[in-house]
Design a protein around this ligand. Structure first.
Ligand SMILES: [Zn+2]
Length: 191
């Protein structure tokens, strides 16, 4: 798999569209990582690993159902902070990198007064935080509005849980405002 745009680096905050583009799913790109093969009990190395926070839909069910992944052994009923391959992270064609120095987003955050910092930590710190949440699985209960996949990824990146999707409001108007702002981020196109 090759990126025709920028190449992902471990510690990058990535996201991809889901629910028809209304919401994004966020995670931390880890590069190479080890997963346990449940059949052999042995650890295997996978490429393009992602740590992300999976929640339930409003009916209390896992968002997608699929058979166990042959690459990373993820099962769709496993929720909370998970480490999976990139294929399990997104269904679409495009992965975007969440930029931490986008002026419009920074400005929006400043004027809202609800977020104070918007600076990414060094990649090794980000990776350490993501693994720490994964091993303890202690990011708390998933909540679409108060504790979601974006909170998780920004917490790993900055040490503070930011609330971009919710800041722009919920529903279609918020999603549009949010996606307009996102137009300023750079896309990563995978072939
Ligand atoms: Zn997988």
């Amino acid at each position: 798999m090759m990126a025709t745009g920028q190449v992902l680096k471990p510690g990058d905050h990535i996201y991809s569209k889901c629910f028809g583009g209304l919401y994004d799913h966020h995670g931390i790109y880890m590069g190479k990582a080890k997963v346990k093969n449940p059949r052999t009990g042995k650890e295997e190395q996978i490429e393009n690993a992602v740590i992300h926070f999976l929640g339930l839909d409003k009916n209390g069910k896992a968002k997608t159902y699929r058979p166990q992944c042959p690459k990373c052994f993820h099962e769709s009923h496993e929720l909370g902070v998970v480490l999976t391959c990139l294929d399990c992270f997104y269904d679409g064609n495009t992965i975007y990198r969440y930029e931490y120095e986008v002026s419009l987003l920074s400005f929006t955050f400043k004027s809202s007064g609800s977020c104070s910092t918007f600076t990414s930590s060094e990649p090794d710190v980000v990776i350490k935080r993501a693994y720490s949440f994964l091993h303890k699985n202690n990011f708390g209960e998933y909540s679409l509005f108060f504790n979601n996949c974006e909170h998780f990824a920004t917490k790993c990146k900055t040490g503070t849980a930011l609330c971009n999707q919710i800041l722009f409001g919920t529903g279609v108007p918020g999603a549009i405002a949010y996606n307009v702002a996102r137009g300023f981020t750079k896309g990563l196109f995978w072939s």
